[in-house]
Design a protein around this ligand. Structure first.
Ligand code: ADP
Ligand code: MG
Length: 295
């Protein structure tokens, strides 16, 4: 027997390295007319590197002490930024204390007890909040203006330093954004928990003008709901725990498989197993062709 079009499209998507979970999913993918795409780990490679270690003068910490504290707290986390911090500490041969009472908040950061002190590592904007003029927020702003993701480190509620982290844009990011733009109704919307400055800079490099930065997971969901309420069928592309609710709320959700969190992979309708962003517009096109054959 000849294979039904949607099933052969699934097989075809598999050859491109994309796991589409069902025929229903395959069919819905071709209906999308708008895209909301995550930044870290999705448009970027997801293997960020620590580029700057900046203890605050008043903390009395050395660079190595700051990095070791942050890495100890980040050790239990699966976030790409956490891995960058732990790898940087290892690369300098630092010994990491064991973290206790670890807790993480998607889109915010982590908190743990290290050597009897409470260490928090995360978004400077969220953690500093109203302490705008704080020296840490100036250091963070300078790093962000340079396209870095700045991460604040606090010890017992006091800022002690800032780390600068950079992730490379995927080589095929701009061409994929262009392909998605022509398949949908305009360019994708960038939805990211990262800071406005770094997000805007990267958006400019790939041809995205609609940037929503500093979003918590529920803000990503709200963005999808607003687009849906405006009559759009939204494809969400993401990789993190912080993307899972938006992946679930979308008309179709696709997760990046290699560095993606388990929750994102389970929630998404399809998974990019081969870690090539450009396969996503290809699969949408496959779905459209298959749908044209299904009467
Ligand atoms: P994105 O939406 O770009 O994938 P996330 O929502 O995962 O980004 O993270 C948003 C922000 O929250 C980060 O830029 C960082 O400031 C902070 N953050 C989240 N998790 C961590 C972590 N494990 N360590 C440090 N900072 C974190
Ligand atoms: Mg991400």
């Amino acid at each position: 027997a000849t294979m039904p079009p949607l099933l052969s499209a699934i097989a075809n998507a598999g050859r491109h390295g994309v796991l589409v979970k069902s025929a229903v999913v395959m069919e819905r993918l071709g209906q999308v007319d708008a895209v909301a795409i995550d930044k870290t780990g999705t448009l970027t490679e997801g293997t960020p590197q620590v580029t700057d270690v900046r203890p605050l003068a008043e903390s009395g910490l050395t660079e190595e002490e700051l990095l070791a504290l942050a890495a100890a707290a980040e050790h239990p986390s699966e976030h790409p930024l956490a891995r960058a911090v732990v790898d940087a500490a290892r690369a300098r041969g630092l010994r990491l204390a064991v973290a206790e009472d670890f807790d993480s908040a998607p889109g915010l950061g982590v908190r743990a007890t290290v050597d009897g002190g409470v260490v928090a590592v995360g978004s400077p904007a969220r953690m500093l909040g109203c302490r705008e003029g704080h020296p840490a927020s100036e250091v963070a702003a300078r790093l962000e203006a340079g396209g870095r993701t700045a991460v604040l480190v606090e010890l017992d509620g006091t800022p002690v330093g800032v780390l600068g982290i950079a992730d490379r844009l995927r080589e095929e990011a701009a061409e994929t954004v262009a392909a998605l733009s022509s398949l949908s109704d305009g360019a994708p919307v960038l939805v990211t928990g990262d800071n406005e400055r770094a997000a805007a800079r990267l958006a400019g490099e790939v041809g995205i003008t609609d940037v929503r930065a500093g979003l918590l997971p529920q803000d990503k969901v709200r963005t999808v709901q607003e687009m849906s309420a405006a009559g759009r069928r939204v494809l969400v592309i993401g990789d993190g725990v912080n993307d899972a609710p938006a992946l679930a709320a979308a008309h179709s959700g696709i997760a990046m498989g290699r560095a993606g969190s388990d929750l994102a992979l389970e929630t998404a309708d399809a998974v990019v197993v081969r870690d090539e962003l450009r396969t996503i517009p290809t699969v949408v096109a496959l779905s459209r062709r298959a749908r044209a054959l299904v009467v």
